[in-house]
Write a protein that binds this ligand. Structure first.
Ligand code: GLU
Length: 283
């Protein structure tokens, strides 16, 4: 018997849900329910500087109004710091990460100095300044109390993880390019983790079998497959769906207020119509 399908919707409580979120939640819910599976809710609230407490209940209320009810209690990433710390320790032990003491400014200056700075799909990549500091110097700075970020050593990770792929229900089998995002930060100085690390740890913890999310996050999946492999976690399937845009083609995240689900509710719109307008013909 194949494992039951488990999907999740993972909003950040940093604002109200807009139509793009509703679509993402609906894609995840529909995929799970079509197979008699489970649809989970997870609050991605590691960045306490951006979280607003009122949005937890606000998001749940909007999901209920839309009829996108989830199974079981919502998981909050803010309660999972120990699990992220354990995963980071594991990556440190196998030498897949290194401490980075750079400030943003130092990174920008180094990139400006370079003749051909490495670039990825989201702009300039970290130019590897701290990858070059010796183990002794790194250890000294740690002992002296310098608070570092921890970065994936992408070239080492490639060697350790070997050739990898992932399966996307829209795009088919994709070969992982472990260097696509370069030496990404896996643990920020201020919060001790990152989107990448927390997502990978929690999707495994929650038993998510099918990860659905916007196609803007496709590059991240390359890093996530590497982390899953290094941490010995199972390989989920993926569905990177279209992003909902307004009629000028502008992504809704950029104009979230205008498209807030709350507004539709307040204007007396029917939740069913709101969801139907999201044309889920080809996710
Ligand atoms: N929290 C992310 C977002 O709101 C979703 C992350 C994911 O699905 O992996 O875009």
């Amino acid at each position: 018997m194949p494992a039951p399908v488990i999907t999740r919707f993972a909003p950040s409580p940093t604002g109200l849900l807009h139509l793009g979120h509703a679509y993402a939640a609906k894609v995840a819910r529909d995929l799970a329910k079509a197979q008699g599976g489970q649809f989970l809710l997870r609050f991605e609230d590691i960045d306490h500087t951006r979280v607003r407490p009122e949005y937890y209940a606000g998001i749940e209320e909007d999901l209920h109004w839309l009829g996108l009810d989830w199974d079981g209690p919502a998981l909050r990433q803010s309660a999972r710091a120990d699990a992220y710390a354990a995963a980071l320790t594991r990556l440190q032990e196998i030498g897949a990460v290194y401490p980075c003491f750079c400030t943003r400014r130092e990174i920008e200056e180094e990139i400006a100095r370079m003749v051909s700075a490495p670039h990825g799909p989201e702009g300039a990549l970290y130019p590897g300044i701290c990858r070059r500091i010796s183990l002794e110097e790194g250890a000294q700075r740690l002992t002296a109390g310098d608070q570092p970020a921890w970065r994936l050593d992408a070239s080492k990770a490639i060697e350790m993880a070997g050739e990898l792929t992932f399966t996307d229900l829209r795009h088919g089998r994709i070969r992982v390019d472990p260097g696509l995002l370069g030496d990404v930060v896996l643990a920020r100085k201020d919060i001790g983790t990152s989107y990448h690390l927390a997502v990978v740890v929690d999707d495994a913890f929650q038993g998510v079998t099918h990860i659905t999310r916007g196609e803007d996050l496709l590059p991240s999946t390359h890093v996530h497959r590497v982390l899953q492999t290094l941490l010995g976690l199972p390989e989920p399937q993926y569905l990177h769906h279209h992003l909902i845009t307004d009629n000028q083609g502008v992504r809704l995240a950029k104009r979230a207020d205008a498209m807030a689900i709350r507004r539709f509710r307040e204007c007396g719109r029917d939740a069913k119509d709101v969801l139907e307008d999201l044309n889920p013909v080809d996710p």
